[in-house]
Design a protein around this ligand. Structure first.
Ligand SMILES: [Zn+2]
Length: 382
Protein backbone atom coordinates (compact mmCIF):
# COMPACT_ATOMS: atom_id res chain seq x y z
CA UNK A 1 0.00 0.00 0.00
CA UNK A 2 1.42 3.40 -1.03
CA UNK A 3 0.63 6.54 0.98
CA UNK A 4 0.13 9.98 -0.59
CA UNK A 5 3.51 11.13 0.76
CA UNK A 6 5.28 8.18 -0.80
CA UNK A 7 3.47 8.64 -4.12
CA UNK A 8 4.32 12.36 -4.17
CA UNK A 9 7.98 11.72 -3.37
CA UNK A 10 8.20 9.05 -6.06
CA UNK A 11 6.46 11.25 -8.64
CA UNK A 12 8.76 14.18 -7.87
CA UNK A 13 11.67 11.84 -8.51
CA UNK A 14 10.30 11.06 -11.96
CA UNK A 15 9.64 14.60 -13.18
CA UNK A 16 11.69 17.78 -13.55
CA UNK A 17 11.13 20.41 -10.89
CA UNK A 18 12.32 23.90 -11.64
CA UNK A 19 12.65 27.09 -9.60
CA UNK A 20 11.21 30.43 -10.65
CA UNK A 21 14.50 31.92 -11.87
CA UNK A 22 15.38 28.96 -14.10
CA UNK A 23 11.82 28.67 -15.35
CA UNK A 24 11.79 32.33 -16.41
CA UNK A 25 14.98 31.74 -18.39
CA UNK A 26 13.37 29.10 -20.65
CA UNK A 27 12.75 30.52 -24.10
CA UNK A 28 9.25 30.14 -25.54
CA UNK A 29 7.82 28.20 -22.60
CA UNK A 30 4.08 28.06 -22.11
CA UNK A 31 3.02 28.49 -18.48
CA UNK A 32 0.02 26.47 -17.43
CA UNK A 33 -1.86 27.15 -14.21
CA UNK A 34 -3.58 23.91 -13.18
CA UNK A 35 -5.30 25.22 -10.05
CA UNK A 36 -9.06 25.46 -9.62
CA UNK A 37 -11.00 28.40 -11.07
CA UNK A 38 -11.47 30.16 -7.72
CA UNK A 39 -7.70 30.02 -7.09
CA UNK A 40 -6.95 31.37 -10.59
CA UNK A 41 -9.34 34.25 -10.00
CA UNK A 42 -7.42 35.35 -6.93
CA UNK A 43 -4.35 35.96 -9.08
CA UNK A 44 -2.04 34.11 -11.42
CA UNK A 45 1.34 34.38 -13.14
CA UNK A 46 1.65 36.85 -16.03
CA UNK A 47 1.00 35.23 -19.42
CA UNK A 48 -0.12 31.91 -17.93
CA UNK A 49 -3.03 29.96 -19.37
CA UNK A 50 -5.54 28.24 -17.14
CA UNK A 51 -6.24 24.51 -17.51
CA UNK A 52 -7.60 23.13 -14.23
CA UNK A 53 -6.06 19.82 -13.08
CA UNK A 54 -9.41 18.07 -13.54
CA UNK A 55 -9.40 18.96 -17.26
CA UNK A 56 -5.67 18.70 -17.87
CA UNK A 57 -5.66 15.46 -19.86
CA UNK A 58 -8.69 16.38 -21.97
CA UNK A 59 -7.79 20.00 -22.72
CA UNK A 60 -4.01 20.27 -22.85
CA UNK A 61 -3.67 19.15 -26.48
CA UNK A 62 -5.99 21.96 -27.57
CA UNK A 63 -4.29 24.50 -25.32
CA UNK A 64 -0.74 23.43 -26.23
CA UNK A 65 -0.84 21.59 -29.57
CA UNK A 66 2.96 21.64 -30.03
CA UNK A 67 4.31 18.85 -27.84
CA UNK A 68 7.92 19.91 -28.37
CA UNK A 69 7.28 23.28 -26.74
CA UNK A 70 8.57 23.63 -23.15
CA UNK A 71 5.73 23.61 -20.61
CA UNK A 72 5.94 24.98 -17.07
CA UNK A 73 3.11 23.72 -14.89
CA UNK A 74 2.29 25.31 -11.59
CA UNK A 75 -0.24 24.93 -8.82
CA UNK A 76 -0.38 26.45 -5.33
CA UNK A 77 2.58 24.64 -3.76
CA UNK A 78 4.09 22.40 -6.44
CA UNK A 79 2.43 19.10 -5.58
CA UNK A 80 -0.51 18.97 -7.99
CA UNK A 81 1.81 20.26 -10.70
CA UNK A 82 4.22 17.39 -10.04
CA UNK A 83 1.47 14.85 -10.78
CA UNK A 84 0.35 16.98 -13.75
CA UNK A 85 3.89 17.04 -15.14
CA UNK A 86 4.07 13.25 -14.99
CA UNK A 87 0.80 13.02 -16.93
CA UNK A 88 2.00 15.44 -19.64
CA UNK A 89 5.15 13.37 -20.03
CA UNK A 90 2.95 10.31 -20.61
CA UNK A 91 0.98 12.29 -23.20
CA UNK A 92 4.17 12.86 -25.15
CA UNK A 93 5.20 16.37 -24.09
CA UNK A 94 8.98 16.47 -24.37
CA UNK A 95 9.97 19.27 -21.98
CA UNK A 96 7.71 19.53 -18.95
CA UNK A 97 8.59 21.25 -15.69
CA UNK A 98 6.80 21.57 -12.39
CA UNK A 99 7.34 24.92 -10.70
CA UNK A 100 8.78 24.21 -7.25
CA UNK A 101 6.87 25.99 -4.49
CA UNK A 102 4.14 26.96 -6.98
CA UNK A 103 2.16 30.19 -6.88
CA UNK A 104 2.60 30.55 -3.11
CA UNK A 105 6.40 30.84 -3.29
CA UNK A 106 6.23 32.98 -6.44
CA UNK A 107 4.04 35.49 -4.62
CA UNK A 108 6.06 35.28 -1.40
CA UNK A 109 9.20 36.16 -3.36
CA UNK A 110 7.53 39.34 -4.56
CA UNK A 111 7.39 38.29 -8.22
CA UNK A 112 4.77 39.84 -10.47
CA UNK A 113 1.25 38.43 -10.49
CA UNK A 114 -1.85 39.31 -12.48
CA UNK A 115 -5.27 39.80 -10.96
CA UNK A 116 -7.77 38.72 -13.59
CA UNK A 117 -10.93 40.69 -14.23
CA UNK A 118 -13.93 38.54 -13.55
CA UNK A 119 -17.67 38.82 -13.46
CA UNK A 120 -19.46 39.13 -10.16
CA UNK A 121 -21.65 36.13 -9.22
CA UNK A 122 -24.75 38.20 -10.11
CA UNK A 123 -23.42 38.97 -13.59
CA UNK A 124 -22.29 35.39 -14.08
CA UNK A 125 -25.87 34.33 -13.45
CA UNK A 126 -27.45 37.03 -15.63
CA UNK A 127 -25.20 36.29 -18.59
CA UNK A 128 -24.89 32.52 -18.03
CA UNK A 129 -26.35 31.68 -21.45
CA UNK A 130 -23.60 33.73 -23.08
CA UNK A 131 -20.89 32.32 -20.85
CA UNK A 132 -21.93 28.78 -21.76
CA UNK A 133 -21.06 29.46 -25.44
CA UNK A 134 -17.33 28.71 -25.87
CA UNK A 135 -16.94 31.50 -28.49
CA UNK A 136 -18.15 34.09 -25.96
CA UNK A 137 -17.45 32.81 -22.45
CA UNK A 138 -16.58 35.10 -19.58
CA UNK A 139 -13.99 36.92 -21.67
CA UNK A 140 -16.48 37.72 -24.42
CA UNK A 141 -19.04 38.87 -21.88
CA UNK A 142 -16.47 41.23 -20.38
CA UNK A 143 -15.90 42.63 -23.88
CA UNK A 144 -19.63 43.25 -24.26
CA UNK A 145 -19.76 44.93 -20.87
CA UNK A 146 -16.88 47.17 -21.98
CA UNK A 147 -18.43 48.07 -25.32
CA UNK A 148 -20.00 51.41 -26.17
CA UNK A 149 -22.58 51.44 -28.93
CA UNK A 150 -24.33 54.49 -30.36
CA UNK A 151 -27.85 54.06 -31.74
CA UNK A 152 -29.07 56.48 -34.38
CA UNK A 153 -32.80 56.57 -33.75
CA UNK A 154 -35.03 55.02 -31.10
CA UNK A 155 -37.73 54.03 -33.59
CA UNK A 156 -38.47 50.80 -35.44
CA UNK A 157 -34.88 49.56 -35.79
CA UNK A 158 -33.60 51.21 -32.62
CA UNK A 159 -36.29 49.57 -30.47
CA UNK A 160 -35.28 45.90 -30.84
CA UNK A 161 -31.62 46.89 -31.09
CA UNK A 162 -31.66 48.86 -27.84
CA UNK A 163 -33.50 46.12 -25.94
CA UNK A 164 -31.36 43.23 -27.20
CA UNK A 165 -28.12 45.15 -26.78
CA UNK A 166 -29.15 46.04 -23.24
CA UNK A 167 -30.17 42.47 -22.45
CA UNK A 168 -26.84 41.23 -23.82
CA UNK A 169 -25.00 43.48 -21.37
CA UNK A 170 -23.52 46.12 -23.64
CA UNK A 171 -21.95 48.52 -21.16
CA UNK A 172 -22.93 51.85 -22.61
CA UNK A 173 -25.69 52.68 -25.06
CA UNK A 174 -26.03 56.11 -26.63
CA UNK A 175 -29.37 56.98 -28.20
CA UNK A 176 -29.97 59.91 -30.53
CA UNK A 177 -33.57 60.83 -31.29
CA UNK A 178 -35.47 64.13 -31.26
CA UNK A 179 -38.97 62.64 -31.55
CA UNK A 180 -41.84 62.16 -29.12
CA UNK A 181 -43.66 58.82 -28.79
CA UNK A 182 -47.01 58.89 -30.60
CA UNK A 183 -49.76 56.31 -31.27
CA UNK A 184 -48.53 55.51 -34.79
CA UNK A 185 -45.21 54.31 -33.36
CA UNK A 186 -46.67 51.52 -31.23
CA UNK A 187 -47.44 49.26 -34.22
CA UNK A 188 -43.71 48.37 -34.32
CA UNK A 189 -41.53 50.42 -31.94
CA UNK A 190 -41.52 47.96 -29.06
CA UNK A 191 -39.27 49.97 -26.77
CA UNK A 192 -42.21 52.35 -26.26
CA UNK A 193 -45.63 51.79 -24.78
CA UNK A 194 -48.91 53.46 -23.86
CA UNK A 195 -47.24 54.53 -20.61
CA UNK A 196 -44.71 56.65 -22.47
CA UNK A 197 -46.96 58.27 -25.09
CA UNK A 198 -46.13 61.94 -25.41
CA UNK A 199 -42.67 61.60 -23.84
CA UNK A 200 -39.37 61.90 -25.73
CA UNK A 201 -38.38 58.62 -27.39
CA UNK A 202 -34.93 58.75 -25.81
CA UNK A 203 -36.47 58.89 -22.31
CA UNK A 204 -39.00 56.19 -23.14
CA UNK A 205 -36.25 53.91 -24.51
CA UNK A 206 -34.05 54.61 -21.50
CA UNK A 207 -36.89 53.62 -19.20
CA UNK A 208 -37.40 50.32 -21.06
CA UNK A 209 -33.65 49.59 -21.02
CA UNK A 210 -33.31 50.35 -17.32
CA UNK A 211 -36.27 48.11 -16.52
CA UNK A 212 -34.54 45.29 -18.41
CA UNK A 213 -30.95 45.79 -17.31
CA UNK A 214 -30.01 48.56 -14.88
CA UNK A 215 -26.29 47.81 -15.46
CA UNK A 216 -26.41 49.53 -18.84
CA UNK A 217 -25.28 53.13 -18.84
CA UNK A 218 -27.70 54.95 -21.16
CA UNK A 219 -26.60 58.27 -22.65
CA UNK A 220 -29.45 60.15 -24.33
CA UNK A 221 -29.24 62.82 -27.01
CA UNK A 222 -32.65 64.38 -27.53
CA UNK A 223 -31.70 66.11 -30.75
CA UNK A 224 -31.72 65.54 -34.47
CA UNK A 225 -28.32 64.53 -35.80
CA UNK A 226 -26.81 67.36 -37.85
CA UNK A 227 -23.45 68.51 -39.14
CA UNK A 228 -23.39 70.84 -36.13
CA UNK A 229 -23.67 68.23 -33.38
CA UNK A 230 -22.28 65.01 -34.86
CA UNK A 231 -18.63 65.60 -33.90
CA UNK A 232 -19.61 66.51 -30.35
CA UNK A 233 -21.69 63.34 -29.97
CA UNK A 234 -18.98 61.12 -31.46
CA UNK A 235 -16.40 62.70 -29.17
CA UNK A 236 -18.14 60.93 -26.26
CA UNK A 237 -16.34 57.78 -27.42
CA UNK A 238 -18.24 55.06 -29.31
CA UNK A 239 -16.86 51.78 -30.62
CA UNK A 240 -19.70 51.18 -33.01
CA UNK A 241 -22.70 52.93 -34.56
CA UNK A 242 -25.98 51.13 -35.15
CA UNK A 243 -27.75 53.20 -37.77
CA UNK A 244 -31.51 53.00 -37.60
CA UNK A 245 -32.09 56.31 -39.35
CA UNK A 246 -35.18 56.50 -41.54
CA UNK A 247 -33.89 59.20 -43.91
CA UNK A 248 -30.98 59.57 -46.25
CA UNK A 249 -29.66 62.97 -45.08
CA UNK A 250 -28.84 61.35 -41.72
CA UNK A 251 -27.43 58.29 -43.47
CA UNK A 252 -24.93 60.41 -45.42
CA UNK A 253 -24.00 62.35 -42.31
CA UNK A 254 -23.44 59.16 -40.31
CA UNK A 255 -21.45 57.65 -43.16
CA UNK A 256 -19.08 60.57 -43.62
CA UNK A 257 -18.55 60.94 -39.87
CA UNK A 258 -17.92 57.22 -39.42
CA UNK A 259 -15.21 57.24 -42.11
CA UNK A 260 -13.52 60.33 -40.65
CA UNK A 261 -13.79 59.04 -37.05
CA UNK A 262 -13.01 55.44 -38.11
CA UNK A 263 -16.06 53.91 -36.40
CA UNK A 264 -17.82 50.89 -37.96
CA UNK A 265 -21.50 51.33 -38.81
CA UNK A 266 -24.10 48.58 -38.75
CA UNK A 267 -26.52 49.84 -41.34
CA UNK A 268 -30.17 48.86 -41.62
CA UNK A 269 -33.08 50.12 -43.66
CA UNK A 270 -36.69 49.06 -44.16
CA UNK A 271 -39.54 49.82 -46.56
CA UNK A 272 -42.95 48.10 -46.57
CA UNK A 273 -41.88 44.40 -46.76
CA UNK A 274 -38.21 44.82 -47.60
CA UNK A 275 -35.20 45.21 -45.41
CA UNK A 276 -31.45 45.60 -45.89
CA UNK A 277 -28.52 45.12 -43.53
CA UNK A 278 -24.79 45.57 -43.98
CA UNK A 279 -21.71 46.63 -42.05
CA UNK A 280 -19.67 49.61 -43.21
CA UNK A 281 -16.22 49.15 -41.72
CA UNK A 282 -14.08 52.15 -42.71
CA UNK A 283 -11.25 51.23 -45.12
CA UNK A 284 -11.84 47.47 -44.73
CA UNK A 285 -14.97 47.43 -46.86
CA UNK A 286 -17.18 49.84 -48.76
CA UNK A 287 -18.97 52.79 -47.19
CA UNK A 288 -22.48 54.03 -47.94
CA UNK A 289 -21.11 56.45 -50.53
CA UNK A 290 -19.33 53.61 -52.35
CA UNK A 291 -22.87 52.40 -53.08
CA UNK A 292 -24.59 55.75 -53.48
CA UNK A 293 -21.98 58.50 -53.99
CA UNK A 294 -24.55 61.32 -53.87
CA UNK A 295 -28.21 61.56 -52.94
CA UNK A 296 -30.65 61.70 -55.85
CA UNK A 297 -31.47 65.15 -57.25
CA UNK A 298 -34.40 66.92 -55.54
CA UNK A 299 -36.91 66.08 -58.29
CA UNK A 300 -36.17 62.33 -57.86
CA UNK A 301 -35.75 62.37 -54.09
CA UNK A 302 -38.16 60.25 -52.06
CA UNK A 303 -40.45 61.96 -49.64
CA UNK A 304 -39.12 62.57 -46.16
CA UNK A 305 -42.50 61.57 -44.75
CA UNK A 306 -42.70 58.10 -43.16
CA UNK A 307 -43.53 55.22 -45.47
CA UNK A 308 -45.56 52.19 -44.52
CA UNK A 309 -43.89 49.16 -43.01
CA UNK A 310 -44.99 45.73 -41.81
CA UNK A 311 -44.84 45.92 -38.00
CA UNK A 312 -42.46 43.00 -37.49
CA UNK A 313 -40.03 43.99 -40.27
CA UNK A 314 -38.04 46.46 -38.15
CA UNK A 315 -37.96 43.75 -35.48
CA UNK A 316 -36.29 41.36 -37.93
CA UNK A 317 -33.90 43.90 -39.48
CA UNK A 318 -33.07 45.56 -36.15
CA UNK A 319 -32.33 42.13 -34.68
CA UNK A 320 -30.03 41.30 -37.61
CA UNK A 321 -28.24 44.60 -36.98
CA UNK A 322 -27.92 43.70 -33.31
CA UNK A 323 -26.44 40.34 -34.29
CA UNK A 324 -23.74 42.17 -36.28
CA UNK A 325 -23.15 44.63 -33.43
CA UNK A 326 -22.75 41.90 -30.81
CA UNK A 327 -20.35 39.95 -33.06
CA UNK A 328 -18.24 43.04 -33.66
CA UNK A 329 -18.24 43.91 -29.96
CA UNK A 330 -17.25 40.39 -28.90
CA UNK A 331 -14.79 39.99 -31.80
CA UNK A 332 -16.39 36.80 -33.15
CA UNK A 333 -17.82 35.54 -36.43
CA UNK A 334 -17.90 37.04 -39.91
CA UNK A 335 -19.43 40.49 -40.02
CA UNK A 336 -21.45 41.64 -43.06
CA UNK A 337 -18.55 43.75 -44.35
CA UNK A 338 -18.78 44.06 -48.14
CA UNK A 339 -22.03 42.08 -48.12
CA UNK A 340 -25.49 43.57 -48.40
CA UNK A 341 -28.14 41.27 -46.95
CA UNK A 342 -31.60 41.73 -48.44
CA UNK A 343 -34.75 40.41 -46.80
CA UNK A 344 -38.12 40.06 -48.49
CA UNK A 345 -40.80 39.54 -45.86
CA UNK A 346 -43.55 38.62 -48.36
CA UNK A 347 -41.54 35.82 -49.95
CA UNK A 348 -39.61 35.12 -46.73
CA UNK A 349 -36.38 35.22 -48.70
CA UNK A 350 -32.87 36.36 -47.91
CA UNK A 351 -30.45 37.38 -50.63
CA UNK A 352 -26.89 38.55 -50.39
CA UNK A 353 -25.18 40.98 -52.75
CA UNK A 354 -21.41 41.58 -52.77
CA UNK A 355 -20.53 45.25 -52.47
CA UNK A 356 -17.05 46.61 -53.09
CA UNK A 357 -15.09 49.55 -51.86
CA UNK A 358 -14.61 52.05 -54.69
CA UNK A 359 -11.25 53.70 -55.24
CA UNK A 360 -13.14 56.73 -56.59
CA UNK A 361 -15.51 56.96 -53.59
CA UNK A 362 -15.90 60.66 -52.72
CA UNK A 363 -15.32 59.94 -48.99
CA UNK A 364 -13.36 56.71 -48.42
CA UNK A 365 -11.66 56.58 -51.83
CA UNK A 366 -8.06 57.30 -52.72
CA UNK A 367 -8.69 60.97 -53.57
CA UNK A 368 -11.67 62.09 -51.49
CA UNK A 369 -13.65 65.00 -52.90
CA UNK A 370 -15.95 65.38 -49.90
CA UNK A 371 -14.03 66.45 -46.82
CA UNK A 372 -16.69 68.40 -44.92
CA UNK A 373 -20.17 67.49 -43.72
CA UNK A 374 -23.02 68.14 -46.13
CA UNK A 375 -26.55 68.79 -44.86
CA UNK A 376 -28.90 67.37 -47.47
CA UNK A 377 -32.09 68.19 -45.56
CA UNK A 378 -33.34 70.68 -48.13
CA UNK A 379 -33.27 67.98 -50.82
CA UNK A 380 -36.27 66.09 -49.49
CA UNK A 381 -39.31 66.17 -51.72
CA UNK A 382 -42.30 67.54 -49.82
ZN1 LIG B 1 -16.74 54.78 -49.74
Amino acid sequence: MTTYRELLARTKGEIAEIDARDAQAIDGAVWVDIRETDEWQEGHLPGAIHVPRGNLESRIETAVPDKTRPVVLYCAAGNRSAFGAKTLGELGYGQVYSLAGGFTDWKRNGLEIVLPRTLTPEKRTRYSRHILIPEIGEEGQLKLLDSRILLIGAGGLGSPASLYLAAAGVGRLGIIDADIVDETNLQRQIAHSLDTLGTPKVDSAKRAINALNPDVDVVTYRERLTSENIDRILADGWDLILDGADNFPTRYLVNDASVWHNIPVVHGSIYRFEGQVTVFKPHEGPCYRCLFPEPPPPELAPSCAEGGVLGVLPGIVGSLQTNEALKLAAGIGEPLVGRLLLFDALATEFNEVRIERRADCPVCGDRPTITEYVDYVEFCAR
